[in-house]
Design a protein around this ligand. Structure first.
Ligand SMILES: [Zn+2]
Length: 203
C-alpha cells in the first residue's frame, strides 16, 4: 500500500465502513481525481448534533494513517475539509474528552472492520463508485471472512490528530489567524517594565 490513489480508496472506504457501522445511510461512495476533491460519501447525512458525524469524518484520515508508519504533515492537508467539519462540530459543542473518546472509538471500529475497509477500497479502485447497498453487502461479507487483516502501518497514539483538531477548534481561520492574534497580543502595553511581577497590584 504505497500508491497515493490506493490510499484515497482506503480513505473513502473507511468513511463508508464507519457510516455503515453507525447505520447511517449514504447514496454512494466515490473516488475521483479532481483538483478540489478525492471523492466522498455522496448523500451522507448524520443526525443533528450526533457525534457519529465525528467518527465518520475522521475515519478517512485515520485509515490513511494506519497504512503508513509515521506522521506526515501531508496527511492533514489531504483531510483538510473532513477535519474542519469535525472542528466545527466541537466548536459548537465544547467537550474536551469527547474528541479523544471519538478518536479511540473510530480506531477500534476500523481495526475490527479492516477486512471491510480493504475489500471496499479494492472494489472502489476497480469501479470508482459503489452504492450504499453494494457497500453494505461487501462489508458484511468481508467481515465474515475468517482471516482478519491488519493495517500495514503502526500507530502508537493519536495525539497529533487530537492536537490538530483542537488547534482548528480554536482557530477556524487557520495558522494565519493564530499568528495575527499572537502578533496583536504582543503589542507593548506599558513601558514601565513587567506586569507579571509578584508585587504588581491585582486588578
Ligand atoms: Zn474524507
Amino acid at each position: 500500500m504505497t500508491r497515493r490513489y490506493e490510499r484515497t480508496a482506503i480513505h473513502e472506504a473507511a468513511h463508508a465502513v464507519v457510516a455503515l457501522a453507525e447505520a447511517r445511510p449514504f447514496h454512494e461512495v466515490v473516488i475521483e481525481r479532481t483538483e478540489v476533491s478525492h471523492g466522498g460519501l455522496w448523500g451522507f447525512t448524520s443526525r443533528w448534533g450526533d457525534d457519529e458525524l465525528v467518527r465518520v469524518g475522521i475515519a478517512g484520515f485515520m485509515a490513511h494513517r494506519m497504512c503508513i508508519t509515521r506522521w506526515d504533515p501531508r496527511l492533514f492537508e489531504h483531510a483538510r475539509d473532513d477535519l474542519g467539519k469535525v472542528a466545527d462540530f466541537f466548536r459548537e459543542r465544547p467537550n474536551p474528552r469527547l474528541l479523544r473518546w471519538n478518536v479511540e472509538a473510530t480506531h477500534r471500529c476500523l481495526l475490527r472492520q479492516w477486512n471491510a475497509v480493504k475489500a471496499l477500497a479494492y472494489v472502489l479502485l476497480k469501479f470508482r463508485r459503489v452504492t450504499y447497498a453494494n457497500a453494505k453487502n461487501l462489508a458484511e461479507a468481508a467481515n465474515r471472512f475468517p482471516e482478519k487483516r491488519s493495517p500495514e502501518g503502526r500507530v502508537d497514539g493519536w495525539d497529533p490528530l487530537v492536537k490538530h483538531i483542537e488547534f482548528r477548534i480554536r482557530w477556524p481561520g487557520g495558522i494565519e489567524e493564530a499568528i495575527a492574534t499572537a502578533l496583536a497580543s504582543t503589542t507593548p502595553k506599558s513601558p514601565s517594565g513587567s506586569s507579571s511581577g509578584s508585587d504588581s497590584p491585582k486588578l
